[in-house]
Structure formats: structure tokens, C-alpha cells
Design a protein around this ligand. Structure first.
Ligand code: PAZ
Length: 324
């Protein structure tokens, strides 16, 4: 029995994964999250008259934290601005997908990327009669952000779920995947979040702030179980899965991406290097390595546009094959 979801899992989870979930602090408002997911998926999989159900993609974005204390003062963080996830979300919605955006609190948000860093204080001003106005030169960017964002939310095509810690991230990802299971091949996972490889198990974590007076810190981190296996084998076995591989050493990047493709039976692994990640990525599949680049002749182009176009094409072929 999976106590958090109230559902019975057909095959027992691998012991390591089970122990991770059993010992994780309970997710706040788990029932509320599951309810939102159920409604979102039901809404998008009910075809409008003569139409077909919408495909649903879970886009993960931003880095997970590893708390060092239960009443957390200090934590280890994983690099990711959330730019990739937020931009990709916009292109998926444009391509007709419904998006579950699982994002790290405080990272980039869809439709907000042309806004300045502190939009509330920089974009608005209060006039003498106390009305709030948009300041130039931000009018167009604010209009676009507000109308596109509201259209996606009001149209029921964007569901945003925030996380901070590795515990929250994996618990919500599991709930999303289990909720998407019945979508079969119409479900996509686009796993761009930077997920911690090591963590401090909740039960062996100090409750209070670690004291520096006790001398050097000696702390044991254990490996985060590889949830991609569970996602593919148990949570949503028919989903089209794309994971990401980030390296700083270009010599090992493609080899590591190929290993991940085989080990976790992903459909695609997007390999990227930290310093060039906004310029190009290599998509590794079972028999290809496809270089995807930003159009450098256009100042405001990005690599996500051709990347999502490629993925949508491959996913369409996968859906067609699964229907045969
Ligand atoms: O979020 P961002 O746009 O700054 O960077 C994107 C990225 C590098 C985090 C992503 O493309 C990625 O590779 N994610 C997986 C990282 C990993 O190997 O864990």
C-alpha cells in the first residue's frame, strides 16, 4: 500500500526507493496536489467534440536542495536557473500539449522571461490617484506575460507545482507519474530539473542547527535512489521519457548520456555542457546523436524551440506506433 497516494502498488518498489519514501518527511498538502492532478488530467484527456485528447507533458525545472538539518538552516543546492524548463513549457503549450510544470520555488517561470529581475518594483508605478500603471519600456513585456500566462492557466493547459527539497521533488514526481499512468503513450516526461545525487536521510539528520563549536563537520550523504527506473518500470511505463545529462567535461558527456539512455530505458537523453547549454544540446537516442543548435542569426532565438519541435515529432511517431 502506498500510504501517501492511498493506492495499492501492483509491484513492490525496489527496497531502496521504498525506504527513501518511507523515511521522507510527509509532503504538505499531498491530498490537495493529487486532487489538482486528477482534475487537470481528466480535463485535458476529455476530448472536445470531434477532437482528440490533449497530450500531457510533465516538465521538471530548477534544482533540488538537500537539507542538512530537519529545522533547515543550511542545505546543499543543485545548479539550475529554470530557464530551460520555463522556455520549454511555453513551446510545449504552443504545440498543443497540457503541461504539468514541476518547478523549484524562485526559479524562472513560463512567460516571464522578458521581464526584469524584480518585475513588481521595476515594471509598475503608482500614480497620484493611486492607480497602478505599467512603466515604459516594460508595457509590451508585461502585457504578453500576463495575457499568455492567464490564457494557459484559464484554458486549463498549465498546472504549476512548486518544490524546494529533494524529498518534495520526488514525492510530487511520483504522484504526477502515477496520475499520468492511464494516459499511456500520450504522457511525456521532460526531466530538465537538476536532481541531487546524494542526500542526508531524514532519520539520521540533525534536528537543530548544526553547531560550529563542535569542530569540523563530518557528515555522511547517501545516494539518492535512481527514480528513473521506477518511473519507467512502475509509475508510468508507457510514457515517452526524456531525461537530461549535464556535464562540465565535454569528453565524458556523450558517453554518460548513452549510459543513462540504456540504463533507464529513456527514449531520449538531452546532453548539454554547462557553458554552452543555451547555444546547443545533443539529443541521444537508440541509434542517433542529433546536434540541436540555437539559430545564431537571430538575436532572440533559443535552443528550446528546435529541441521541442524535434521532441514533438518523435513523440507523435511513438504515439502512432503504440496505436498499431
Ligand atoms: O535551468 P537552466 O536553464 O539554467 O539549465 C538547464 C540544465 C542544465 C539544468 C538542464 O538542461 C539539465 O541538464 N538538467 C539535468 C542536470 C543533471 O544532469 O542533473
Amino acid at each position: 500500500m502506498d500510504s501517501r497516494n492511498g493506492s495499492v502498488s501492483e509491484t513492490p518498489l525496489d527496497a531502496e526507493i521504498e525506504s527513501f519514501f518511507d523515511s521522507a518527511p510527509p509532503l504538505k498538502d499531498s491530498a490537495g496536489i493529487i486532487k489538482k492532478l486528477k482534475e487537470f488530467i481528466e480535463y485535458n484527456s476529455t476530448p472536445p467534440r470531434k477532437g482528440s485528447p490533449r497530450r500531457v507533458v510533465c516538465v521538471t525545472s530548477g534544482g533540488t536542495t538537500v537539507p542538512l538539518e530537519q529545522r533547515c538552516v543550511r542545505y546543499i543546492d543543485n545548479f539550475s536557473s529554470g530557464h530551460r524548463g520555463a522556455t520549454s513549457t511555453e513551446y510545449f503549450i504552443k504545440a498543443g500539449y497540457a503541461v504539468i510544470f514541476l518547478y523549484r520555488r524562485g526559479t524562472f517561470q513560463p512567460y516571464c522571461q522578458s521581464l526584469p529581475e524584480d518585475p513588481l518594483l521595476e515594471c509598475f508605478e503608482c500614480s497620484e490617484d493611486s492607480t497602478i500603471q505599467v512603466r515604459q519600456p516594460h508595457t509590451e513585456a508585461v502585457k504578453r506575460a500576463v495575457s499568455d500566462h492567464h490564457a494557459a492557466i484559464a484554458g486549463g493547459h498549465l498546472l504549476k507545482l512548486p518544490f524546494t527539497t529533494i524529498f518534495e521533488y520526488l514525492q510530487i514526481l511520483q504522484s504526477i507519474a502515477m496520475s499520468m499512468k492511464d494516459l499511456g503513450s500520450l504522457a511525456v516526461f521532460y526531466l530538465a530539473a537538476a536532481v541531487s545525487d546524494f542526500y542526508v536521510p531524514w532519520k539520521s539528520m540533525a534536528e537543530h542547527k548544526i553547531q560550529s563549536a563542535s569542530g569540523p563537520l563530518d557528515m555522511r550523504l547517501v545516494q539518492v535512489p535512481k527514480m528513473l527506473s521506477a518511473l519507467k518500470k512502475e509509475w508510468a511505463p508507457m510514457a515517452f521519457c526524456i531525461s537530461f545529462k549535464l556535464e562540465t567535461d565535454s569528453k565524458i558527456l556523450l558517453e554518460k548520456a548513452e549510459m543513462a539512455l540504456k540504463k533507464y530505458r529513456m527514449h531520449m537523453v538531452v546532453a548539454n555542457e554547462l557553458s554552452t547549454r543555451k547555444e546547443e544540446v545533443t539529443v541521444v537516442t537508440g541509434n542517433e546523436k542529433i546536434l540541436v543548435c540555437r539559430d545564431k542569426t537571430q538575436a532572440d532565438s533559443d535552443v528550446e524551440e528546435p529541441l521541442i519541435e524535434l521532441i514533438v515529432g518523435r513523440h507523435s511517431a511513438y504515439v502512432k506506433d503504440s496505436d498499431l
